[in-house]
Design a protein around this ligand. Sequence first.
Ligand SMILES: C[S@@+](CC[C@H](N)C(=O)[O-])C[C@H]1O[C@@H](n2cnc3c(N)ncnc32)[C@H](O)[C@@H]1O
Length: 282
Amino acid sequence: MDTAVTKKTTADALEHWKSRSTGWKITNFDAQPRDDIFNIKLASALCIHPGSNILDVASGTGEPSIWISKLLEEHKGATITATDMTYEMLNIARERAQLLNFTNIRFAIASMDRLPFADNSFDGLTCRMGLMFPKDKENCVKEAHRVLKAGGAATYLCWGPLRSNPAFQLFSEAMKNYFHEKFPIREVRHCLGEVGAITKLLHQAGFSAVNEEVISYKREVTRGDAYFRQGIARTWPDRVAEFTDNDWAPLLKHTEEVFSVLKKGSKFFIPINANICRGRVK
Ligand SMILES: C[S@@+](CC[C@H](N)C(=O)[O-])C[C@H]1O[C@@H](n2cnc3c(N)ncnc32)[C@H](O)[C@@H]1O
């Protein structure tokens, strides 16, 4: 890509995530570390020891970095650096860490394809739902390889195919019916969804012992769960920015009706499908 195209792509991406951050902010209901399956899997792929130096890229509002920061508290001198290209997203993570008084976490604005760190700086690297978005994914993974020490490992977690994550389709449908206009699905989310796609990138970047695994489960959600509000606000923040609780109530009721195809008894069972891939630096 020539420089002018790269600059335009980066500016568009920044604008996109900056506008999304308002939706992430209003649905960041508390600062607490989240022990969800994705964070647990990413953290368990790390070999943490006293003095460990971990890098999380595309950290957004702090997943998994806040969770890892909590785990590092038991390891003297261990630190995590949370990074993201979007100041507005990362600032929410910083506020969470401040509220929690976590002192082993640092923050840096960084694009995954040009990491502002020296070679051989980190023992482990994590990335949750970030690698799908940059145009130059190959370079992003090469950068990860460069900043990791020998023996260090990178672990990427990305959404599986759209067909295995029907919630995205249902959210889109609910918005379309409610507002009577199109709400296209962001297909880019699923561009690394086929098993083997992340593995290929890691091999190309020189990682060894590459191992990819599918995470597939049904998330149990009850009526009124924040899940529905979060799904809408984080994807279409501009449509709900001014919403009061009275505005939300009928939209959420309608959304739950659309999701009733996934309902059994009083609960919704939301299929979740993602791929997690780890590779080691020789
Ligand atoms: C779906 S959010 C995931 C955030 C967080 N890891 C999580 O799981 O909640 C994707 C994040 O990737 C960031 N991002 C997108 N492209 C990036 C790039 N080239 N370099 C660094 N961050 C990027 C966005 O700013 C956004 O915060």
